[in-house]
Design a protein. Structure first.
Length: 181
């Protein structure tokens, strides 16, 4: 129920020019295990210790909220924050890769990324109001995006695993690992 309320909070969070480019999804059970497995394998392969550590947290959570964005949808104000002088220049020069070699697909409209941050903040605020332990995870968002769980249009994603136990599973976590990033 709280995960659904978090999705509602992300969906109704304020957005630039009132245009919604936020993507959401709630994962449970086998879906979480699939993301955790992918995250663990990716962490080992890329030697990123916090990916491996986060996979352990993920597999122990009760539910997981994904929040992503269609970040290549421009606002049309020519702010230049993306690195291009105009939104038209951004759109014309953006290279879309079928299988990106990076965690996220970019460049992204900076205003859309701000919208994503506001949506994430609204979602975790909702979890906090209901006393559900949570953590925003870059790592699990990458794994979920790689698995296509927010669709092909998603350029950036974060995961918010949830836990309701006597001790916060996201506190006192083991270090990320020696010799890894």
């Amino acid at each position: 129920m709280v995960a659904d309320l978090m999705v509602l909070a992300a969906r109704t969070a304020p957005k630039a020019k009132g245009v919604d480019t936020i993507l959401t999804r709630v994962l449970t059970g086998e879906q979480i295990r699939s993301v955790a497995e992918h995250l663990h394998e990716s962490g080992k392969k890329r030697m990123i210790g916090f990916f491996v550590r986060d996979a352990k947290n993920l597999v122990s959570c009760d539910a997981c909220v994904l929040v992503g964005a269609i970040g290549d949808t421009v606002v049309g104000v020519n702010c230049g924050a993306c690195g291009y002088s105009t939104c038209e220049h951004f759109t014309r020069n953006r290279i879309v890769q079928e299988k990106p070699s990076t965690d996220f697909s970019g460049p992204n409209c900076a205003i859309r990324m701000a919208d994503l941050g506001i949506a994430l903040g609204s979602a975790v605020k909702t979890a906090q109001i209901h006393n559900v332990d949570n953590r925003i995870m870059y790592s699990a968002g990458v794994a979920a995006r790689n698995l296509g769980l927010l669709g092909n249009d998603c350029t950036v994603a974060y995961a918010i695993p949830l836990s309701a136990t006597g001790k916060n599973i996201f506190f006192d976590r083991e270090p990320a690992g020696e010799g890894t990033k």
